[in-house]
Design a protein. Sequence first.
Length: 186
Amino acid sequence: MKLLIMGPPGVGKGTQATLLKDQLKIVHLSTGDILRSEIKKKSNIGLKAKSYMDAGKLVPDQVLLDIINDRITERDCIEGYLLDGFPRTLNQAIGLDNIMSSIHHSLDSAISLVADSDELVQRLIKRGIDSGRSDDTDEVIRNRQKIYWEETAPLLDYYKEKNILKEVNGIGDIKEITKRILEKIK
Ligand code: AMP
């Protein structure tokens, strides 16, 4: 099964993705995690990405498309994968379609976790204090929310038109939300 999960920053995409990959036995591909690990390694990609990430801005599309192209063509992705945090722009979504069709993959569902923005900002501020993530400060959080609504939310229509959008209420008990998602994608 090939899936992607979207939603505003702080909605719990990563948490749900981790639970879903165990249930569905597919690979979890978080572009945020991949980029953070590149930064740790001080690789070329990491060096390029860091300033964008620290400012809460999107890393250029081509960097992400190259990462995804390399990753989903690996053997462990044959059975399926869950994209988390990608695509985030229309350009990335179109690029993803091209990459997937070139290897005869097709997307089964685009899961959209829905939640109120103000509640999410409060959650993220708390996560920043607890985890020390350098992009979880007040100003950066608001910037990331703004980018989500401007650049990423239009993708909801893109996937709706393809008839694969599954909207799920992202507020509530974590396991209950996973159940809601599984119901919608089966
Ligand atoms: P995340 O962990 O998904 O919240 O991503 C953290 C940061 O990584 C984002 O704020 C962006 O700077 C960068 N990033 C992750 N995925 C993407 C993407 N698909 N396109 C552009 N930038 C990304």
